[in-house]
Design a protein around this ligand. Structure first.
Ligand SMILES: Nc1ncnc2c1ncn2[C@@H]1O[C@H](COP(=O)(O)OP(=O)(O)OP(=O)(O)O)[C@@H](O)[C@H]1O
Length: 240
């Protein structure tokens, strides 16, 4: 589904990623863990076309996407739910969700039934259903985070990039977010997940990569990483 080979990227003269490789097979959840500043968000940005890689290759279903505009990448079915609560504050919940489906109208893939998917998203995120006409800017932080996730799902995506969906959430909402990720997985949605709660991420994921200073240090089946003493010591102490 998604193949990242030898990817390097950064900001101006600062190189953040040094030739990383990641594989996300169809129907699987792959998690990318690492400490602050390791380059996780930068990886997500490079995949979704928000920044241009300086080297390497990214393919989605065999098609090169590195160097394409982010809008074109979205039309190919790649949805990015970015870090932070990037919702359209002055629009309602429903209108935010409809905007998420917008690239479906432009013909790169079959449009499908947007209204039916809107109702499916509401079922998946009951908190949003109750607030469908509310302006997104007046939602709580956690609800905005869920709206950003739901909007990504509205693309009817081949692949979803979830960047720290639990960031800043109260523990009860963190649990809800991970339940939703589990449900999306059951529905066959392919995901690349960046999470600060490494233990919870490895519990829902099939496979994991550890990013250290812009390089992949360890990777393997999630269950194996959970038992890896070095991973345990560095990333699984205390956490969620
Ligand atoms: N827009 C930017 N301009 C310049 N440097 C940036 C920019 N965004 C990120 N960086 C730098 O790139 C490095 C990697 O950042 P990145 O956000 O990818 O890390 P991360 O692994 O997602 O960390 P965190 O867990 O803290 O979100 C950091 O040193 C950061 O300061």
């Amino acid at each position: 589904m998604l193949t990242i080979k030898n990817l390097s990227a950064g900001y101006g003269k600062v190189q953040v990623l040094h030739g990383i490789g990641i594989e996300v097979p169809k129907g699987q959840v792959v998690t990318l863990i690492g400490s602050n500043g390791a380059g996780k968000t930068t990886t997500m940005r490079a995949v979704s076309g928000m920044i241009r890689p300086t080297a390497g290759e990214i393919t989605l279903n065999g098609k090169r996407i590195d160097g394409l505009e982010s809008y074109t990448i979205a039309r190919l079915g790649l949805a990015h739910s970015p870090e932070g609560r990037r919702v359209f504050a002055t629009m309602s919940v429903v209108d935010n969700l409809r905007l998420g489906a917008f690239p479906r109208y432009t013909g790169a893939r079959p449009k499908g039934d947007v209204d039916a998917d809107l109702e499916k998203a509401m079922e998946l995120f009951p908190r949003l259903k109750e607030r469908r006409t509310q302006l997104a800017g007046t939602l709580s932080g956690g609800e905005q985070q869920m709206l950003a996730m739901a909007r990504a799902v509205m693309l009817n995506p081949e692949l979803v990039l979830l960047d720290e969906p639990s960031m800043g959430l109260a523990p009860i909402l963190v649990d809800e977010v991970f339940k939703i990720i589990g449900r999306l997985k059951e529905q066959g949605v392919t995901m690349l997940l960046v999470e600060q709660f490494a233990a919870a991420a490895l519990a829902v994921a099939d496979y994991g990569y550890v990013l250290e200073n812009g390089r992949i240090s360890v990777h393997g089946p999630a269950a194996k990483l959970r038992d890896d003493p070095a991973v345990k010591a560095a990333y699984l102490g205390g956490g969620h």
